[in-house]
Design a protein around this ligand. Structure first.
Ligand code: ADP
Ligand code: MG
Length: 697
């Protein structure tokens, strides 16, 4: 059955070996199945004809019936262009060409009715269309208005007559052969209850829409299906784990009660309490926990983590807390050391720079069970790190770890899986969370501790620098401290390192007499610690740094964050950096410095930062600007398999698909019923494709 869709496209009529090779190379399309899934990325609305007088500049694209009344060649050499006057009974417009002039020139016939299609632009009181699609009026166009699909193509393909229309043409050859063979992947009752069109209709309408309504239904069906199978896979993963791995019951709360009574430095927020309850319910449920805690910067995730660790230790298990950087691991260790020791717990820190002797000691104490809490970096994942009884593993700032690394933590014990809690550094939109972490349960800390002052954010240009420096000086004189961050996207980039050093020198000149520290990724771990400690003790007033301070660093007395070349940072990074201030009682500020000319996206990013401090809102804008493909961790998540659905636009369909998948698995966890056979078959097909690919790459 699948044989047909695996057929190489060179065997398709009108393709042949040479064009097939080009389609392989340029579009990654090898088989009939892949060609059918090369969906149009947009459609041109050819359902309506405009009169020239009706054209307005806000129209994206229009089609006009008219006649060419004159053709002129204007300009010389590279500036040469061809201009045709095109008229209907309501007015005149211009059609212009800058390339392929000879070829076009021969085809411009005067006095014959033609259809011109393109984007109108206004020049000198008249509308003009550059490189319009121009065809003789055949009669059928007016009778059968249609949506014309536009396919991704390339220059090389165009040379071989595989422009969008060419691709449409070969699809026209394939479709009649393919349609009867396309299997339905969803059970009839689901199609009926959700009013989804059949897979065959959807594929047909996507490539050859019969109208806007039919097209919308086809898109909906295909988006639903993509989300459905992605969510089904994630939910099955989750189900398989709960079936296979009983969780250890962690339910002791004596230590916790003592901590609440004697040591808790503040009142927990309602959101913190709720999330702790959700986690506690998991820990004592007897099922293995895999939970994600989302919370904005500063929402107090660390204390939530610590409280859960206490339950685990109290119940007789070991715990670990893994952070993405050494600085952050250090900070967690320092923050938790006093609490732990007062509670009689043995805690240790393991990072890449721990000495051999220290490591060996830690390894020994882990295996003997003497160590209760291990804080560290990736070093924790090494195979030599074995536990006696790891009951709870917490990963902080997950977006820097991959799914595979999470899996490594699961395998830390010989005979059972620990409970796993993942904490994200920055919020991500719900749709993305459902997909990136769709195999986890999700808790959200959606509230900041009370009394926090909202960080004031401003955008300043380089010419305002003196004023900004004046402001910094005042803040320092009031006892505050300041971060100045430079972009060092790639720690190895020499030019970035130079701009950091130049920046450092100019800051030193601008602030004579103030102690200034510097921190970047190329420094030795010991030097980094030294600088960080000096700053957190208040010995240095200004910290010139790269994004190494991005995650987690906590110096409550620092009240100003200056970000240089802010236009070069991504939104989530800016938000994360800003989160380094506003941690104390003082009013805090974030100053985004940039050059004057900015691209559209950069401007939106900076405006968003000035407008809001809500991490979830920022994450939404980020997803819309960048699309999910660029976000880290998406490669293994199946997001890149989405061909039709869009996480930033189709949230509702995603939620619906997940819910349907959940209900189906609830009733029929192994998809073994006759009704669900179409689903089981499709799952098998998808898996087979994956295997094929993993063998090739
Ligand atoms: P994040 O969620 O970004 O990891 P942290 O756990 O580092 O946040 O907490 C930020 C700061 O807020 C810390 O100084 C922490 O002690 C403090 N904090 C956490 N919870 C509360 C609370 N309920 N009330 C007051 N301060 C809190
Ligand atoms: Mg944190």
């Amino acid at each position: 059955m699948t044989g047909f869709f695996d057929t190489k496209i060179e065997y398709l009529k009108g393709v042949g070996p040479q064009r097939a090779a080009l389609l392989n190379k340029e579009l990654d399309v090898f088989t009939f199945g892949e060609l059918l899934q090369h969906y149009p990325f947009r459609y041109e609305d050819r359902t309506r004809f405009y009169k020239i007088r009706e054209i307005q500049s806000d129209l994206q694209q229009v089609q006009v019936i008219g006649k060419i009344i004159s053709v002129q060649s204007i300009g010389e050499g590279r500036k040469k262009r061809l201009v045709a006057q095109f008229a209907d009974e309501t007015g005149i417009m211009e059609l212009t060409w800058f390339k392929g002039l000879n070829w076009i020139g021969k085809r411009l016939v005067k006095g014959v009715s033609m259809v011109a299609f393109g984007k109108p632009q206004r020049f000198g009181g008249r509308y003009s269309m550059a490189h319009p699609d121009l065809e003789p009026l055949s009669g059928t166009q007016e009778e059968e208005p249609f949506f014309q699909p536009v396919y991704t193509t390339t220059e090389k393909l165009r040379h071989r007559f595989l422009d969008s229309k060419g691709i449409s043409k070969i699809l026209k050859g394939l479709l009649p052969l393919a349609l009867p063979k396309i299997p339905e992947t969803l059970p009839l009752p689901i199609l009926d209850s959700l009013k989804l069109v059949s897979k065959r209709d959807a594929i047909k309408e996507i490539h050859f829409p019969s109208g806007s309504d039919a097209l919308r239904k086809a898109m909906y069906r295909l988006k639903f299906e993509e989300f459905f199978f992605l969510q089904l896979r994630l939910l099955k993963l989750k189900l398989a784990r709960t079936e296979k791995f009983r969780g250890k019951v962690l339910d002791q709360t004596q230590l916790l009660t003592r901590f609440y009574k004697e040591m808790l430095p503040f009142q927990l927020t309602e959101a913190q309490k709720r999330v702790i309850k959700e986690i506690y319910a998991d820990l004592k449920s007897g099922l293995q926990m895999n939970r994600l805690v989302q919370g904005d910067v500063g929402s107090g995730k660390t204390i939530v983590a610590f409280i859960c660790l206490l339950v685990a230790v109290d119940s007789g298990y070991q715990t670990c807390l893994m952070a993405p950087t050494e600085i952050l691991a250090n900070q967690h260790y320092e923050g938790l050391k006093d609490f732990s020791e007062q509670m009689g717990l043995k805690i240790a820190l393991l990072t890449g720079s721990s000495s051999k002797k220290k490591r060996e000691e830690i390894h020994r104490e882990l295996v003997s069970g003497k160590l209760h809490l291990l804080v560290g970096t990736h070093a924790l994942l090494e195979d030599v790190v074995k536990f006696h009884r790891l009951g709870l593993a917490i990963i902080d700032e997950q977006h820097r770890f991959g799914v595979a690394q999470r899996a490594k933590l699961w395998a830390k014990n010989e005979d059972f899986y620990p409970h796993v809690l993942v904490m994200t550094a920055t919020p991500i939109p719900r749709t993305l969370a459902m997909t990136l972490y769709g195999d986890l349960d999700i808790s959200v800390i959606d509230e900041l501790p009370i009394g926090r002052k909202v960080i004031q954010t401003v955008h300043r240009y380089d010419k305002d620098r003196l004023k900004v420096f004046g402001f910094l000086r005042k803040q320092i004189e009031q006892g505050r401290q300041v971060y100045i961050v430079y972009p060092l996207i790639e720690e190895s980039e020499k030019s970035d390192l130079k701009s950091l050093m130049d920046g450092y020198e100019s800051i030193c000149r601008a602030f004579p007499g103030y102690p200034i520290g510097i921190l970047h990724g190329n420094m030795k771990a010991g030097d980094k610690d030294f600088e960080m400690t000096r700053f957190s003790k208040g010995e240095t007033k200004i910290m010139v740094a790269t994004t190494v301070i991005e995650v987690g660093v906590n110096v409550p007395n620092a009240s100003v964050m200056v970000i240089e070349n802010a236009e070069r940072f991504g939104l989530s990074q800016l938000h994360q950096l800003r989160g380094r201030v506003g941690r104390g009682a003082e009013q805090s500020y974030c100053i985004l410095m940039s050059k004057y000319e900015l691209g559209k996206d950069s401007r939106v990013r900076l405006e968003t930062m000035v407008r809001t401090t809500n991490g979830f809102e920022i994450a939404d804008v980020d997803l819309r600007l960048r699309g999910p493909g660029d976000l880290s961790g998406t490669q293994q998540s199946g997001i890149t398999d989405l061909k039709m659905a869009d996480l930033s636009k189709d949230a509702e369909i995603l939620v619906q698909a997940r819910e349907v998948a959940r209900k189906i698995l609830e009733k029929d966890p192994h998809l073994s019923s006759a009704e669900n056979k179409p689903i089981a078959d499709q799952v098998a097909r998808l898996r087979k494709n994956e295997l094929n690919w993993s063998r090739i790459s």
